[in-house]
Design a protein around this ligand. Structure first.
Ligand SMILES: Cc1cc2nc3c(=O)[nH]c(=O)nc-3n(C[C@H](O)[C@H](O)[C@H](O)COP(=O)(O)OP(=O)(O)OC[C@H]3O[C@@H](n4cnc5c(N)ncnc54)[C@H](O)[C@@H]3O)c2cc1C
Length: 351
């Protein structure tokens, strides 16, 4: 692969990730007159791109759009395709500066004297950002990296077999095949529903507590997914297995332990392990960003008003913070960028 070297202009804000948080931040940066760039290792809206084909998302349009009334799905809630098209069109129509298929590998603090002195010299930056295609200088960096980097594992024998996947994309390869879904959240529920409805021999292996959990705040299976799942159960198109643990995945079968400790072996062609994923916080931690362990796992510590971390100039927004959903990701960007722009203007005026 050839290396592309970009000229080292200094950005007011370098945004890592072009999901809803990163796109909203780019849009706000453009409105505020900031010099900005978004570096995205995949495609625009990459996480949405990876949703199952044909999925209807659970949020309403006002929770997903950047401007009120922009997103106009055919039905009440948009499909993956409608949402993705909206995000991509939004970037194109607003001519947002997004570079795709370029991964940020490292963010380094530049060694300069104290911040006020530095601002007197327009030629200096705070951070050097290294990607797999080039290097950038930026005064501020926004991590909008989502939380999809490390899919959680069962850590059982056979999990490395080719038929085991941490991601469900579509049903058709699995029609008439024996599919096992392991997981207790909405993604697992949706995958089980798609597969059962389209004619796969589907088993959902789930902890009883997850199946019986109806509290929408706790990331359980949404009721509009659960109801049709119950119909599939009644029609014997879906099997439910109350899980103790997965014992072993083998080429043609899977061994499970039930909640009562009984062992069963079921015929199997494909396993979807949909038990969540975690963000890669390494770059932030290397910069000295502090983290804390919350309900959703490890999250960076940040000021809830400004979204700045303990490292001045390093900001966070989106899925890997306390805001797990798209609305929170967009709102964070809409809040933080105008504040950052004000600060930046102040710094330039005092220089
Ligand atoms: C199947 C499914 C359905 C969902 N449905 C909904 C829903 O209906 N409503 C809702 O609110 N939420 C939903 N979610 C959750 C939603 O997708 C996230 O809340 C949302 O994507 C968060 O946006 P974000 O911008 O923070 O992160 P992301 O959308 O994950 O964007 C982060 C981006 O950063 C990029 N990136 C990461 N590391 C780097 C790097 N080192 N260099 C460059 N780029 C990098 C990634 O490629 C990614 O594109 C769903 C999730 C799934 C899996």
């Amino acid at each position: 692969m050839s290396t592309v070297h970009y000229p080292l202009s200094i950005y007011d804000l370098l945004i890592i990730g072009a999901g809803p948080a990163g796109i909203a931040a780019a849009y706000e940066s453009k409105k505020a007159g900031l010099e900005y760039v978004v570096i995205e290792k995949g495609l625009i809206g990459n996480t949405v791109y990876n949703y199952p084909v044909g999925l209807t998302v659970f949020s309403t349009t006002n929770e997903l759009e950047f401007n009120d009334g922009d997103l106009k799905p055919a039905r009440e809630k948009p499909t993956r395709e409608e949402l993705l098209s909206y995000y991509v069109r939004f970037v194109l129509d607003n001519e947002l500066n997004v570079r795709t298929e370029e991964a940020v590998l490292e963010v380094r603090k530049e060694e300069f004297p104290a911040k006020t002195q530095r601002r007197e010299d327009e030629g200096e930056a705070d951070f050097k950002v290294v990607s797999d295609k080039g290097e950038y200088l930026a005064r501020n960096v926004l991590f909008a990296i989502g939380a999809m980097d490390y899919p959680r594992k069962l850590n059982v024998p056979g999990e490395d077999l080719q038929k085991v996947s941490d991601h469900f994309h579509e049903t058709y390869p699995w029609v008439k095949k024996h599919a096992l879904i392991v997981g207790g959240g909405n993604s697992a529920g949706e995958a089980a529903l798609f597969l059962a409805q389209e004619g796969a021999e589907t088993t959902l292996a789930i902890f009883r507590a997850d199946w019986e959990n109806n509290d929408p705040k706790q990331g359980c299976i949404k009721y509009w997914v659960k109801q049709p799942l119950e119909e599939e159960l009644n029609e014997h198109c879906l099997k439910l297995f109350f899980l103790g643990k997965v014992v072993e995945i083998r080429e043609k079968e899977v061994e499970l332990e039930s909640e009562n400790g009984d062992r069963v072996v079921i015929e199997n062609d494909v396993v979807f392990v949909l038990i969540g994923s975690d963000a890669d916080l390494t770059m932030m931690k290397d910069l000295g960003v502090e983290t804390e362990t919350g309900k959703a796992g490890e999250v960076p510590v940040y000021d809830p008003e400004t979204f700045e971390t303990n490292v001045p100039g390093i900001y966070v927004a989106g899925h890997f913070t306390h805001q797990r959903h798209i609305k929170g990701a967009i709102d964070a960007a809409k809040t933080l960028v105008p504040k950052l722009a004000e600060k930046q203007k102040g710094a330039k005026i005092s220089a």
